[in-house]
Design a binder for this molecule. Structure first.
Ligand code: GDP
Length: 433
């Protein structure tokens, strides 16, 4: 969790400011000149981001060796901080102690926000501007006591904090990328596997430093070794021995779950069936990247093409993001397109949008197209964060629940802006209470 250190002379209002930042009344005691408080960490949260605020207590302006005392107190706090908030009392102005502190802050090379506190009214804002003279950039006028400017300050703090770590939902170990080759019986899974193995003449037995499940196949495709999950049955051609459809679908689910990306084979010469749909849903719900391969393309003539296009419009409407390939395991057509498609889908699946970039885009979007007014009010979208990769999941922080339609609109625009071709994404809403 990133750390924000609050430093400044006694009585400039650090404790009050810390109370503002952590958003609750806690027993943060005011500074007593001459009494040095321990550095106390508090958990804070703003628009979904967690951080720790460290209250550094008072400096010792009356100590004999004033400069050393400042250094001792603040330097520890500053060295562990990601952002330093330097608080000055606007009603007093910059003192020589403040100036000594500034020299030390500069040496630390940490990002510093200069907070001009006790700006309780507009008249004092003019006083605040005089703090430019400290050379720490623009002073941030706030009234910790009344809350004036606190929201803007928090926004600014978040901008300066390092990116939060993302949850990576990618299961399993590192090593070759894991691919599930799935599809209903007779779509050509074995044929494709055989074709891939033949084309590259490389069914690999092992990859150094990794253990591979014996039911998996390692195949070099497009100059890279891929782990095809649970292909033992396909490899050995043990007839149609996999038994009931129920059993087969369990096996498919297991393979999809273990994989990072799924190649769903459809038979281009036949109507997209309910069983095909179940497999497509399985991959989407598992949150895996997806490439849809229309196999047996050698059998597709002009008429079939016409109907297939209509079927695609109808049946694949919910997953327009899936990468589609038209190939033929029999002739080898477009089989070389598989590896690039897999790579692209995986790259989308792993995409991380920097928080700043995400919110720059979001702010423009909700400004241009705000949420429609319902019953005299419209919830506002405040902020977004990406909560995970593999697949990318986003949280919108709002002032109230969003219409399902508006949420879909944001999701569609998010795709338009950032792509995510070949990967499912998830957008959820957290309404501020
Ligand atoms: P699986 O059950 O999904 O493993 O399907 P198979 O690989 O066993 O293929 C089922 C049938 O489709 C076999 O008769 C294959 O020869 C045939 N087949 C597979 N791929 C193609 C293709 O690209 N074109 C044509 N015309 N037939 C194919």
């Amino acid at each position: 969790v990133p750390v924000v250190a609050v430093v400044g002379r006694p009585n400039v209002g650090k404790s009050t400011l810390v109370n503002r930042l952590i958003g609750r009344r806690q027993a943060v005691v005011e500074d007593t000149p001459g009494v040095t408080r321990d550095r106390v960490p508090y958990d804070a949260q703003w628009t979904g981001r967690q951080f720790t605020v460290v209250d550094t207590g008072g400096w010792e302006p009356d100590a004999k060796d004033r400069a050393a005392a400042i250094a001792a107190q603040a330097e520890i706090a500053i060295s562990t901080a990601d952002v330093v908030i330097f608080v000055v009392d606007t009603t007093v102005g910059a003192t020589d102690v403040d100036e000594a502190a500034v020299r030390m802050l500069r040496r630390s090379a940490k990002p510093v926000l200069l907070v001009a506190n006790k700006v309780d009214n507009a008249a004092l804002e003019i006083e605040a501007t005089s703090l430019w003279s400290l050379g720490l950039g623009e002073p941030f006028p706030v009234s910790a006591l009344h809350g004036r400017g606190a929201g803007d300050l928090l926004d600014k703090i978040l901008e300066l904090l390092p990116e939060p770590p993302l949850i990576n939902e990618n299961p399993g170990p590192r090593g070759p990328r894991r691919v599930a080759l799935v599809g209903r019986p007779n779509v050509g899974k074995s044929s494709l596997l055989n074709r891939l193995a033949r084309e590259d003449r490389a069914v690999v037995d092992s990859v150094a430093g990794t253990t591979v499940d014996p039911v998996d196949s390692l195949v070099e495709i497009g100059g890279e070794v891929w782990q095809l999950v649970d292909t033992a049955g396909l490899r050995k051609r043990v007839g149609r021995a996999s038994g009931t459809e129920y059993y087969a679908s369990l096996r498919t689910a297991g393979a999809v779950e273990a994989a990072e990306v799924a190649v769903v084979l459809l038979d281009a010469s036949e109507t997209i069936s309910e069983q095909d749909q179940r497999i497509l849903s399985m991959v989407t719900e598992a949150g895996r990247a997806m490439v849809i391969a229309f196999n047996k393309w050698d059998l597709v003539d002009g008429e079939r093409r016409y109907y297939l296009d209509k079927e695609i419009d109808r049946e694949l409407r919910r997953i327009p993001w899936a990468i589609r390939l038209n190939l033929s395991a029999r002739t080898g057509r477009a089989v070389d397109k598989l590896a690039p498609a897999l790579r692209k889908a995986l790259a989308s699946w792993e995409t991380r949008i920097p928080t700043g970039q995400l919110n720059q885009w979001l702010t423009a979007l909700v400004q241009a197209t705000p949420h429609p007014v319902r019953g005299g009010r419209a919830p506002r979208v405040l902020f977004a964060t990406q909560a995970s990769t593999c697949p990318p999941k986003f949280i919108l922080f709002t002032t109230g629940p969003l219409d399902a339609g508006y949420q879909r609109f944001v999701e569609r625009k998010l795709r338009e802006e950032f792509g995510f071709e070949g990967s499912p994404i998830e957008v959820s809403v957290k309404a501020r209470k």
